[in-house]
Design a protein around this ligand. Structure first.
Ligand SMILES: Cc1ncc(COP(=O)(O)O)c(C=O)c1O
Length: 371
């Protein structure tokens, strides 16, 4: 059975070239980058090369990149590390943050921090006026997700970054869904901290980075051998970083946005004809994502049925619990029944019109069987 993979917001397929690169780096650069001998030095050089490449895609400097174990660690380091370093006691996030931002903020709330949650409108866009009004002299950090993992809503990060700069707050963005997909310029967008992860762009799992703008105060959250300037103790993941760097560069080089968008739009057009409602808009949704509500349908059963036909999609973010998923969809204005009947389809350059026709035929069949 042919696999039609439409779960590219959860994880992406690793291109052969990237997998081979990771393997080769594992074999060749097995030394510990902290070792003083030439094998260690070679590993360190390779690690630095990967950082430089990851940095270049967002107009950052290589030393502003800290390699982590993924988006979750980067988000935790950003929220907890910046809040603690700032000495201030207020944290501002949006209502559609990934659980790794939301739970980190809630953890700080338990420690006595004030956490303000800014609502979004029906398009999933943060209320910028409310955000601006909340930032005060006690604000340690503002964290607003760039592209939402459920619906693909894109925030006006440049505008938000400008407001944070003007009001003197550290600005963090969770760019796990956007890094490698859309253009990011940390300078132009006034970003102080940014999180990204390898497995969303064709890189390996378990590797990510945090961009920390030079001079931004951040306390480490892991203690040990003081690798990566003491910001992230632990032996550096050389093959992971190299694989992530190569995958991200390939994504940037192969600008397939238009093709992916064209196929995604073809799907939306067809799915709306069979009763699906797209929770997105041409203007504010990233070109790859389609979050669709099928009223009166059980989304879990639809996902399972499609999986049995070789079509891989999901209800929402793989890392969200049912409760977490509800938190995000509720704040996007979906009621319980709509939430239950929603499924996320995330496209890549591998999907063609024939695949979409097959997906639509199977969704139709499922709807007919359950109505
Ligand atoms: C927006 C967003 N942030 C953070 C994460 C967590 O990333 P990781 O799985 O690399 O820890 C995810 C993963 O789905 C995500 O979509």
């Amino acid at each position: 059975m042919k696999i039609i993979y439409l779960d590219n917001a959860a994880s992406t397929k690793i291109p052969d070239k990237v997998a081979k690169n990771v393997y080769e780096k594992m074999i060749k650069f097995y030394g510990n980058p902290s070792s003083a001998h030439s094998i260690g030095e070679a590993a360190k050089k390779e690690f630095e090369k990967a950082k430089a490449s990851l940095a270049s895609l967002i107009n950052a400097k290589p030393w502003e990149i800290i390699i982590t174990s993924g988006g979750t660690e980067s988000n935790n380091l950003a929220i907890i590390g910046a809040a603690r370093a700032s000495g201030r006691k207020k944290i501002i996030i949006s209502s559609i943050e990934h659980s790794s931002v939301y739970e980190a903020a809630m953890h700080l709330k338990d420690e006595g921090y004030e956490v303000k949650i800014i609502p979004v409108d029906k398009n999933g866009l943060v209320n910028i006026n409310a955000l601006e009004n909340e930032i005060d002299r006690n604000t340690a950090i503002v964290s607003i997700i760039h592209v939402n993992g459920e619906t693909g809503a894109i925030q006006d990060i440049e505008r938000i970054g400008g407001i944070c700069l003007k009001k003197g707050a550290i600005f963090h963005t969770d760019a796990v869904q956007s890094y490698g997909r859309i253009k990011i310029d940390v300078k132009k967008m006034n970003i102080s901290l940014l999180s990204a992860g390898g497995h969303k762009v064709g890189g390996p799992n378990g590797v990510g980075f945090i961009f920390i703008k030079e001079g931004t105060p951040v306390e480490p959250i892991m203690y040990g051998g003081k690798q990566q300037k003491g910001m992230r103790s632990g032996t550096e993941n050389v093959p992971g970083a190299a694989g992530f760097a190569m995958a991200a560069s390939l994504k940037y080089m192969n600008k397939n946005e238009r093709t992916i968008k064209e196929i995604r739009d073809y799907f939306i057009n067809k799915v709306e004809k069979i009763g699906g409602k797209w929770n997105g808009s041409d203007k504010n949704t990233v070109y790859s994502h389609a979050h669709v509500t099928f009223n009166g349908i059980d989304g879990d059963s639809l996902v399972a049925y499609l999986s049995s036909k070789g079509i891989m999609c999901s209800r929402g973010s793989a890392c969200e619990t049912n409760k977490e998923e509800k938190r995000i969809l509720k704040s996007l204005g979906l009621n319980e029944i709509e939430s239950k009947g929603s499924v996320r389809f995330v496209f890549s350059e591998e999907i063609n019109r024939k695949d979409v026709d097959y997906v639509i035929r199977n969704i139709s069949k499922f709807i007919r069987m359950h109505s």
